[in-house]
Design a protein around this ligand. Structure first.
Ligand SMILES: Cc1cc2nc3c(=O)[nH]c(=O)nc-3n(C[C@H](O)[C@H](O)[C@H](O)COP(=O)(O)OP(=O)(O)OC[C@H]3O[C@@H](n4cnc5c(N)ncnc54)[C@H](O)[C@@H]3O)c2cc1C
Length: 380
C-alpha cells in the first residue's frame, strides 16, 4: 500500500488493456495499483503470440476509425518512451468475394474517413504480393497503414512506463472479489485487501467472473494460431507481405508476415467454435486444430505450406454483437469496465487505456462511445 494506505485507482488485470490503463492513470497523476493473477506478460490470456494486426480501414464499423487514429499516435508515443519498435507497418489487405461485409465495410470506412486505399483483383494482388493466391472473384482492399503491434512487448512497455511514473503493479496476485460503495472500493486478494477511490476492470476472458452481469455477454472462446515455415520465404518477409483479414467460404482467416517466429502466422476467427470457461480452456493442440489452419494455407497461401514452426492456443472474449464494452458499471459510477473485445481488440489497447482513464476520472471520454455501452446488451 502507499504511505497513505490507500490508492486512487486499482486496475484488475494487467494484460493488453490493463497495462495501458495503469500507464494512462499514472500519467494523469493517479496513485495506481495494478493487480495481475499471472506473470507480466504471460501466455494464458488473450494478448500473447508475438503480435496483433492493426488497420485503419475498419470493416467492422466506421465509428472505430477515430479511436484507431489515436491508437496509432499512442503506440508511437509508447515506442518513443520504451526506446523500442512496437508498431510495424506492413500494409494491410481486407479481402473476400466482391460485396462481402469485409470488403464493403472496409470501403465504407475509407469513404467516411477519407482513408488512402486501393482496390485490387486477386490477380493484381498476387502480382504485387506473390504470397497471396486468392481465387478469381475475390477482391482486396489494400491499405498502406496496416501492420502489427508487438503485443507482449507493448504490455511490458506500458507497465515499465507506468512504474516510471510511480505506479505499483503486482503480478501473481489474483483478485478474489471486490466491492464498491459511496466511500470507494475495496479489492480482496489472497495476499491482502486494498482500498481505492475507484476501480478499472480489464480482466479479458475472466471479465464474467469479476462482473457477473458480463457472464453471458463477454464469453471466452478457444482460438489457435499456427506458424508455418514458407516454401518461398521471400514471399512472406516483412516488406513483401501485408497483414490480412480474409473472408472465404471456410471462414475468416487472418495472417502476418514472418516475424519473431520463423514462420508465416495464420489464424481463423472463431476457429472451431469452442466456447469455454477461461480457466478450463483446452490448451493441448489437436490434429483438427492444425487441419483448420492448413486448409486456409493450402487454398490461399500455398507457398507457405511448409513444416510447422509453432502452434498456440489463445482466448477471444465475445460480446453478442462483437463490439467492445467500454463503459462504467451500471450500478457503480466509480467502476469502469473494458471487456468483450471479440477477437479484434488489441490494436486499440493504447487508446483503451486512455479511454478507461477518462471514464474513471472524468465519467466520460472525448470519443463517441455510443457503440460500446454496456446497457445495449441488456441484463446479464
Ligand atoms: C489468437 C488471437 C488472435 C488475435 N488477433 C488480433 C489481431 O490481430 N488484432 C487485434 O487487434 N486483436 C486481436 N485479438 C484480440 C486481442 O488480442 C484481444 O482483444 C486483447 O488481447 C484483449 O486484451 P485484454 O486486456 O482484454 O485481455 P488479456 O490481455 O488477457 O488481459 C486480461 C488480464 O486480466 C488478468 N486477470 C483476469 N482476472 C483476474 C483476476 N481475478 N485477478 C488478477 N488478474 C486477473 C488476466 O490474467 C489477464 O492478464 C486476437 C486474440 C486472439 C486470442
Amino acid at each position: 500500500m502507499t504511505a497513505a494506505g490507500r490508492y486512487d485507482t486499482i486496475v484488475i488485470g494487467v494484460g493488453g488493456m490493463g497495462s495501458a490503463a495503469v500507464y494512462h492513470l499514472a500519467r494523469r497523476g493517479q496513485r495506481v495499483l495494478g493487480l495481475e493473477q499471472f506473470d507480466i506478460p504471460h501466455d494464458l490470456g488473450s494478448s500473447h503470440g508475438t503480435n496483433r494486426i492493426i488497420r485503419l480501414a475498419y470493416w467492422e464499423h466506421p465509428s472505430y476509425v477515430p479511436l484507431l487514429r489515436r491508437a496509432y499516435e499512442l503506440w508511437r508515443d509508447l515506442e518513443h518512451l520504451a526506446g523500442e519498435r512496437l508498431l510495424i507497418i506492413t500494409g494491410g489487405v481486407d479481402a473476400g468475394p466482391e460485396g462481402c461485409p469485409t470488403v464493403d465495410g472496409s470501403l465504407l470506412s475509407c469513404d467516411v474517413h477519407h482513408l488512402p486505399h486501393e482496390t485490387l483483383t486477386a490477380a493484381e494482388l498476387h502480382r504485387r504480393f506473390p504470397g497471396y493466391r486468392l481465387p478469381d472473384g475475390m477482391v482486396a482492399v489494400y491499405q498502406p497503414d496496416g501492420g502489427f503491434v508487438l503485443s507482449e512487448r507493448a504490455i511490458v512497455a506500458h507497465v515499465m512506463a507506468a512504474q516510471d511514473l510511480g505506479a505499483e503493479v503486482h503480478a501473481r496476485e489474483a483478485v478474489l472479489d471486490w466491492e464498491a460503495g459511496g466511500a470507494g472500493v475495496r479489492v480482496r486478494t489472497a495476499r491482502g485487501s486494498y482500498a481505492a477511490e475507484r476501480l478499472v476492470i480489464t480482466a479479458g476472458p475472466w471479465a464474467g467472473r469479476l462482473v457477473p452481469a458480463l457472464s453471458r455477454t463477454a464469453v471466452p472462446e478457444r482460438q489457435v494460431l499456427l506458424w508455418a515455415q514458407p516454401r518461398r520465404p521471400e514471399y512472406f518477409r516483412l516488406g513483401a507481405f501485408p497483414v490480412f483479414n480474409m473472408e472465404s467460404p471456410e471462414g475468416r482467416f487472418y495472417g502476418f508476415p514472418i516475424y519473431g517466429v520463423p514462420g508465416f502466422k495464420i489464424g481463423k476467427y472463431h476457429h472451431r467454435l469452442e466456447h469455454t470457461a477461461a480457466d478450463a480452456v483446452d490448451r493441448a493442440i489437436h490434429p483438427e486444430d492444425e487441419a483448420v489452419l492448413r486448409e486456409g494455407i493450402r487454398r490461399y497461401f500455398p507457398e507457405a505450406d511448409g513444416p510447422t514452426m509453432a502452434v498456440k492456443t489463445c482466448l477471444f472474449t465475445n460480446s453478442p454483437d462483437e463490439h467492445f464494452i467500454l463503459d462504467r458499471h451500471p450500478e457503480h459510477g466509480n467502476v469502469a469496465i473494458a471487456a468483450g473485445f471479440s477477437g479484434h481488440g488489441y490494436k486499440f489497447a493504447s487508446v483503451v487505456g486512455e479511454i478507461m482513464t477518462a471514464l474513471a476520472l472524468d465519467g466520460r471520454s472525448r470519443f463517441d462511445l455510443g457503440l460500446f455501452g454496456i446497457r445495449r446488451l441488456g441484463p446479464g
